[in-house]
Design a binder for this molecule. Structure first.
Ligand SMILES: Nc1ncnc2c1ncn2[C@@H]1O[C@H](COP(=O)(O)OP(=O)(O)OP(=O)(O)O)[C@@H](O)[C@H]1O
Length: 715
């Protein structure tokens, strides 16, 4: 950490308060770094800078010296730790100031362009952010196309050459004819002809009272500026008109001046090193003129900082609220931008439309359908001789041959059971040796049932899969009914009197459970909508942030709430189409039963989708990389499905897990959906309205949290 040169006292702090009306930018004693604690990187150190209105200020310095950081402080994108910045007369970010906003044109170092937009659409987007009439945007676009030799406005940005893309980026900064132009290395990688053209234009507009700050590490290029600031290690070594610097140092080039200043600075550093002390970065540092010991100095620092930051925070409290309030023109700009992006990616949009319908199709095809071709061992102990009626053969004949794959093990029941134990069969059917004879006698009022106990059909099943168990049982009952109908009709008896001689013995594995097919469908519908929506927005900020587009839009005056609303509005359209297709497939094609109001059935997935979107925005706010965002959204799918009672009933969960489950956004909703679909309940039932309330509550909560995180991270 650097040595503080001087302690700022209360009086001194007042003295540095900025009031000069003719100064477009005034930076006083600014400190700013990145990170915190041991990982803190100090960047700006006690930096002063003055830019007069209507001049070109060349900010020069080697790579990494802090030029971009300083520009971001001037634009209000970064808050200074200590010191004061005034841009166009006020603290950047003040309510109604227009910085960030339309009073400033910003060209970031990176391209920061929507590559799928045309030049015209790009201009329209930034024009909307600056509240310009579209006719004026058109006019300015034509002017800038001519001035900067850009291709026609219908040209897609990604089809432009590198130089054309940079000039488009420059044109955006000039679009609204701002009072202040901040250009971060506009000439890097630009051919000399274009560089000359850019400087020519800058000189021309500076004569119309436009102030320009331009950074470059091509030192000689800045000779054309009215004033230059030579920056090194986070502070300015010198600040003067180029001619003055050359004259006073009696040197030929600015590069030589810069080298001389660096040597001088190195000498000064060595002198200071003997008195170097480590202090916390948030404390002010200047020439020690006051109390000498650290203990004496610290309270003074802290008071100053608290006083100054309190002043700032009081002033900004209302400002913050106002700046959060979404402005319609920004929301419209964001929404249109997102729709254009959707339109440019029509293949992906179709995929997004169809994916939920494909998922529900897979669910209906793979889950809930009747299993078939099930291996079942048959042990038929009955010996049918002659031409008499053979009941066991008749019974086996009636077993559905699509469902069963029968394997005969005559007289070897144990062998059949072993097959089930080995997992080679789902069950064993054991038919008693006197089955037909006893069945006939069973119907006789003279015979007691007890005496016939040994001649029934015995079933031993693997009951680990409830769907299969239930199918086998149902099919065996159906076959028995058909058999009893045959035999009793031949005896001229009413089949309704048949007594059922089928006994289900202890299962080999598992236990019998009820069916969950219809139980699962509502939860599956909701979770598909929820996670599709999360996926739609999880990359919302990540990509724009990485490409510098988010920063650029914010400098143009958009706030994070407006960006979020823009995303939600555009993606809501996609989601409505998804939900319509999803419900059509589920309810109309696969006949998932619904007893309740269709409005409620449609509304809940839509609300769940909106909540899913807010979760996506939260992921997007938290993650810096696409891979992290994708992993995060995918990683949430399965735990949520397992914990929300979508796949298996909550009643089977341990109590502590139930508490967690009820805290999740889809649990109450799945319950409500089930009640609306299967029981036909409406909003008067708690089990229904609680699902809607929880969904809305979660949506609002996550949205606010995302906005808060974006605010804190300054994105
Ligand atoms: N977001 C960040 N987090 C941590 N460190 C950062 C961040 N941004 C910049 N830095 C560090 O701050 C220092 C100054 O960076 P800055 O981008 O302001 O320099 P610069 O003078 O604009 O460099 P260049 O000319 O290469 O663009 C560098 O050491 C850089 O590594």
């Amino acid at each position: 950490m650097d040595v503080p040169d001087e302690v700022i006292t209360e009086g001194q702090l007042n003295n540095v308060t900025l009031s000069d009306a003719d100064k477009a930018v005034k930076v006083c004693g600014v400190y700013r770094g990145y990170g915190s604690g041991r990982n803190r990187i100090p960047v700006l150190r006690d930096l002063d800078m003055t830019v007069e209105t209507g001049t070109i200020y060349g900010l020069l310095g080697p790579s990494g010296c802090g030029k971009t950081t300083l520009l971001k402080c001037i634009l209000g994108r970064l808050k200074v730790t200590i010191g004061e910045v005034k841009t166009l007369g006020r603290v950047p970010g003040s309510v109604g100031h227009g910085v960030p906003g339309k009073r400033v044109g910003y060209m970031p170092q990176e391209l920061a362009l929507y590559s799928r937009f045309t030049i015209g659409e790009t201009m329209s987007y930034f024009g909307r952010l600056h509240e310009m009439k579209q006719s004026l945007v058109k006019q300015r676009t034509q002017f800038l196309i001519e001035l900067l030799s850009l291709p026609e406005e219908s040209r897609i940005i990604e089809c432009c050459s590198g130089g054309q893309q940079r000039r488009t980026s420059f044109a955006i900064a000039l679009l609204q004819e701002p009072e202040l132009l901040v250009l971060d290395e506009p000439t890097v990688g630009v051919d000399p002809l274009l560089r000359h053209k850019i400087w020519e234009h800058l000189l021309a507009i500076s004569r119309t009272h436009v102030t320009i700050i331009i950074t470059t590490h091509y030192v000689e290029e800045a000779r054309q500026a009215h004033k230059i600031g030579l920056m090194r290690n986070g502070y300015l070594l010198a600040e003067a008109p180029p001619s003055e610097l050359l004259e006073s140092y009696q040197l030929q080039s600015l590069e030589e001046v810069f080298l001389r200043l660096c040597e001088h600075d190195d000498g000064n550093q060595n002198e200071h090193d003997s008195s170097t002390r480590e202090i916390v970065p948030s404390l002010a540092k200047r020439q020690p003129s006051g109390p000498s010991s650290e203990a004496e100095r610290e309270p003074l620092f802290k008071d100053e900082i608290i006083t100054s930051s309190n002043k700032e925070s009081n002033r900004n409290c209302c400002a913050d609220l106002c700046s959060w309030w979404p402005k319609p023109h920004n929301v419209v700009a964001q929404t249109i931008k997102n729709f254009i992006m959707l339109r440019r990616n029509i293949g992906f949009l179709m995929f997004e439309f169809l994916l939920p319908a494909i998922q529900i199709t897979l669910f209906c095809v793979c889950i809930g359908r009747e299993p078939y071709n099930l291996p079942v061992a048959v042990v038929n102990n009955e010996t049918c001789m002659g031409s008499g009626f053979c009941g066991s053969a008749n019974f086996l004949h009636h077993l559905d041959n699509r469902t069963f794959h029968l394997m005969n093990y005559s007289h070897r029941y144990e062998e059949g059971v072993e097959m089930v134990k080995q997992g080679d069969a789902w069950g064993v059917i054991n038919i008693g040796e006197n089955f037909t004879y006893d069945f006939k006698h069973r119907m006789s009022p003279l015979v007691s049932n007890d005496t016939l106990e040994g001649s029934t059909i015995h079933l031993r099943l693997d009951m680990t899969n409830q769907q299969i168990t239930m199918t086998i049982q149902a099919k065996i009952m159906a076959a028995f009914q058909a058999f009893s109908s045959d035999i009793l009709t031949s005896m001229k008896l009413n089949p309704a009197i048949a007594q059922i001689p089928i006994k289900v013995e202890d299962p080999v594995y598992g236990d019998l459970n009820p069916s969950f097919t219809n139980f699962m469908a509502p939860g599956i519908i909701l979770s598909i909508t929820y996670f599709m929506a999360t996926g739609l927005t999880a990359l919302a900020f990540v990509l724009e942030r990485k490409q510098g587009l988010l920063d650029r839009s914010i400098v143009a005056g958009v706030n994070t709430i407006e960006i979020m609303i823009g995303h939600i509005l555009a993606q809501f359209f996609v989601m409505v189409v998804q939900v319509c297709l999803l419900l059509t497939v589920a309810l109309a094609i696969f006949k998932v039963p619904y007893e309740g109001s269709l409005v409620l059935v449609i509304l809940l997935p839509l609300l769940q989708g909106l909540t899913g979107m807010t979760l996506g925005l939260l992921i997007s706010a938290l993650c810096e990389e696409e891979t992290a965002a994708i992993q995060c959204s995918l990683g949430l799918v399965y735990p949520n499905m397992l914990l929300s009672g979508i796949i298996w009933p909550l009643e089977s969960m341990p109590q502590w897990l139930k508490y967690i489950s009820y805290c999740l956004p889809t649990t109450y909703a799945a319950e409500a959906m089930r009640n609306v679909l299967a029981r036909g309940w409406d909003l008067t039932y708690k089990a229904v309205w609680s699902g809607y309330v929880m969904t809305i509550g979660w949506g609002i909560g996550i949205l606010l949290l995302s906005a808060f995180i974006l605010r804190i991270k300054g994105k």
